[in-house]
Design a protein around this ligand. Structure first.
Ligand SMILES: Cc1ncc(COP(=O)(O)O)c(C=O)c1O
Length: 427
């Protein structure tokens, strides 16, 4: 097998996980549109079901097109393995599922995508799980929030909507001391700009819906495991370190070593929760990911130009882009995202909420949608949409106050983006 760690990022985004199809020679990874895969023999079937042999059984669990994408993303993130899911939100549940149980909690950043804040503050309560939210710039507050029932720490590398950068090394240090896995949502940075595993993350999750696909065509998610956490070192993670009753008593960490979390995600997570990515969706993401580094360079270049133009505009109160020297997060760019601070930030307007609505109405190139990471430029008013379930206080803590819009800068010609913003701000 090719050692992808010896190849460059752009080579891996094109080649990792996929060779020309061995059956037909097809150069592009085929869409294996099949629910089930024929066993060689009853013995072969039994071996696949007992994980003695790895292969394809049924597409709720594994599928060759989805498998190619899993390997590719694992290579790009520098992980041991990856499991694709139906959406970014599904990936978050899939990441927490082997770790949590009734009464257990996750310590999470106050600066997260609004949907994640709601998923964690409301929906996971139905499983008996809970979340404690703290300011992740305050590492002591993170340490103080961890208790005997904490099973994970969760943050975004570049936080949506503000584009703020998390000091992953500092957070990983707190997680290490507590013996708790750190989960990083790397959606807005992508592995091209940030490698959370290099900064100490145990697990990385993505909404592949965003930059990884890059054209706003499909929803998807992925959980990447670093393979580095010692699940046997503590009795806090019995699903991985003790006989798992949901899989005839298999001790995943003992049997599968660094692939324990990944196999648990497939054999139990996908099998029983069924949040599976379909092969057609995986195909679109495989196509998109081939140009990830090229697109991210353009996103960063344009975001810098547009953010500095906006910062000096008379109608603008403030711009939160960490790529600007005025940002309090600017000093972290070099360390956490050395290739740039991404393409997402917020713009506070002097005219408040009303001016935000007018700006959105008057833009022509920017699309008003609830998405980010498209090659096309996008805009939204988070306080009344993506973060609308939050209290006013939570909105401000998340960086989604009512007087701002979030922009996801695309890869159009930057002059055209500025011209569009100028005419909309002036009108
Ligand atoms: C940072 C971040 N994480 C996760 C998600 C959820 O992803 P999905 O919409 O694919 O479920 C989003 C969606 O906007 C997001 O912005």
């Amino acid at each position: 097998m090719t050692d992808t760690s010896k190849r460059g990022f752009t080579t891996n985004q094109l080649h990792a996980g996929a060779n020309p199809d061995p059956a037909t020679g097809a150069r592009n990874t085929p869409i294996y549109q099949s629910t089930a895969f024929v066993f060689d023999s009853p013995e072969h079937a039994a071996k696949l079901f007992s994980l003695q042999e790895v292969g394809y059984i049924y597409s709720r669990l594994t599928n060759p097109t989805v498998g190619a994408l899993q390997e590719r993303i694992a290579a790009l993130e520098g992980g041991a393995g990856a499991v694709c899911c139906s959406s970014g939100h599904a990936a978050q549940i899939m990441a927490l599922f082997p770790l949590m149980g009734p009464g257990k909690n996750v310590v999470a950043s106050t600066r997260l995508y609004g949907g994640t804040l709601t998923q964690f503050s409301q929906t996971i309560k139905r499983f008996g799980w809970s979340a404690k939210f703290v300011d992740f710039d305050d590492t002591q507050a993170i340490a103080d929030a961890i208790d005997d029932d904490t099973r994970a720490i969760f943050c975004e590398s570049i936080a949506n909507p503000g584009g703020y950068i998390t000091d992953l090394d500092a957070v990983a240090n707190v997680a290490d001391k507590a013996g708790i896995p750190l989960i990083v949502d790397n959606t807005t940075a992508t592995p091209y700009l940030c490698n959370p595993i290099e900064h100490g993350a145990t697990l990385v999750v993505h909404s592949t819906t965003k930059y990884l696909t890059g054209n706003g065509s499909v929803t998807g998610g992925v959980v990447v495991d670093s393979g580095k956490f010692d699940w046997m070192a503590t009795d806090k993670f019995p699903s991985l370190s003790k006989p798992e009753p949901a899989y005839h008593g298999l001790v995943f960490a003992e049997a599968l070593g660094p692939m324990a979390f990944t196999f648990h995600g497939i054999a139990i997570g996908l099998r029983d929760l069924g949040m599976t990515m379909n092969p057609q969706g995986a195909h679109y993401t495989l196509m998109g990911i081939e140009t990830l580094s090229l697109r991210m360079r353009e996103h960063v270049k344009n975001a810098k130009i547009v953010a500095s133009w906006l910062e000096s505009n008379e109608h603008v109160e403030a711009v939160t882009y960490a790529g600007l020297p005025s940002s309090p997060y600017h000093s972290r760019v070099e360390k956490i995202c050395p290739k740039g601070a991404g393409g997402l930030f917020t713009v506070q307007l002097k005219g408040g909420h009303e001016a935000c609505v007018k700006l959105i109405e008057n833009l022509e190139l920017f699309s008003h949608v609830a998405n980010l990471g498209d090659a096309k430029s996008l805009i939204i008013h988070p306080a009344s949409t993506t973060h609308s379930q939050l209290t006013d206080e939570e909105k401000i803590a998340a960086g989604a106050a009512p007087n701002l819009v979030r922009v996801s800068i695309g890869i159009e010609d930057s002059d055209d983006l500025i011209a569009d913003l100028e005419q909309a701000l002036n009108s």
